[in-house]
Design a binder for this molecule. Sequence first.
Ligand code: ZN
Length: 425
Amino acid sequence: MEVELKETIDELESLKQSLTDPSYRYPIDKLKLRVERLAKFGNSGPLRRSKVKDMSAEVVDSNPYSRLMALQRMGIVQNYERIREYSVAIVGIGGVGSVAAEMLTRCGIGRLLLYDYDKVELANMNRLFFRPEQVGMTKTDAAVQTLSDINPDVVLESYTLNITTVQGFETFMSSLKNKSFSPNKQGSGVDIVLSCVDNYEARMAVNQACNELNQTWMESGVSEDAVSGHIQLLIPGETACFACAPPLVVASGVDERTLKREGVCAASLPTTMGVVAGLLVQNTLKYLLEFGQVSPYLGYNSLKDYFPTMEMKPNPQCSNAACLQRQKEYLLAKPARDAAAKAKMEAEASSSAEGPLHLDNEWDISVVDDDEPEGIDIKSSAALPEGLTRELPSADEFHTTPEAPDSAIDDIEDLRRQLDALNSS
Ligand SMILES: [Zn+2]
C-alpha cells in the first residue's frame, strides 16, 4: 500500500513535468497533495486509545467504561471493576469463541487466553468477528489484532496450538497453571475456561485438563444444522463432567473424523452463534461478578424459541479417574459447606427486616417448590411491557414461597435423626 502510494506520487510528478501547458499543473499538484496526505495517514496506523489505569464511573463520552460501571449504580453488580482481576481462557476461536472473546474484551476483562490452531478462511465470513483482509492469518493472531485495537487494557495471550496433541495439551495445562497475572489467586491461574470447540475430542481434552486442575469451565455448542445450541457449567466433583454422560460418539469410541462425508460440511448461522456466545458470556459475567443465577445448563432451540434448563449430577461410575477423585473431595467437604451455608443463612435472616413465617420451626422443615426450574424468574413472565394492559384482570396470583437453602433439602439425615429421637421418647 505504502509503496503503491509512493509510486503514484512519482508518476504524478513525471506527468506534471511532461506537460507543456503550465495551466494543467495546478490540478495535478492538488492530486499529488491528496495522495501525500493519504500516505501520511496510512503511516500513522489505526487510531488507538491509550490504556486506562482505573475504571471510572464518570459519565462522559470519552469514558470507555461508563456504561459498564453504571451496572453498580443500577444495583446489578456490587463491584464491576473486579472484572479486571479475572482471567478467562477461551478454547476454540471460531463462530462462538471469537464473539465471546470480543464481548469479554469490550466488558474490560483482565486477561484473555486464546487457543486455536486454525487459520481464517473466506468460508468463515458468514459468521461474526473475522474480516476478509484477515484471511490466511491464524485465528489467534487475527483475534489479538482486533481485540487489542478495541480495548488495549486487556492482557491478551495467544496460543496457536491443537490441545488434542500431546505437546499442545502440555502447553495448554502449563498456561492454565501460570499465575504470573494474579500470584495470590487460589487454584489455577485462570478463573474460568470457556470451551468453544466444534468436536468431541477437543471437549474431552478440555474436560481432562479441568478435572485434573479442579478448574470450573463452561461448555458451549451449536448443532450441525445451525438452529440450536447450548451452554453448560461444569464444576469438577459437583456437576457432571463431560465424560460422566458422554455423547454416543464418544462412548462408542468411534473416530468422529470418519463420520465426515466428502463435500458435506456443517451449517452455521451468525445468529445462532451470536445467541450462544451471548448466553455463554452472560453466564460467565454472572459467575465472575456474582450476580443473578448461573444456569447449570441452558439450551436454545431457535425454531421454537425454546430455552430448556436442567441440572446434571456427577456419575459415580464416570470413566475419568480425575472426575472420581474430585467427586470424592466434594463429598468430603460437604459438612464444611453445609456449616458455611447455615451461617450465611443465619446472617441473612438476622439482617433481614422481615421475620420468618413461623418462629418455632422445631422440625426444621422448609417447603421447596420442586417445579420451579432454576434460573427462571416466574414473576417476570407475569409482567407486561410498558404501555400494555391486560384485557382481563389477573385473577390468579402466584403465591411464591421463600427459597429454602440447599442444606435444608440435603439434611434428610438430620431430619431422620430428629424423628427417631421423637419415636424413641
Ligand atoms: Zn465425570
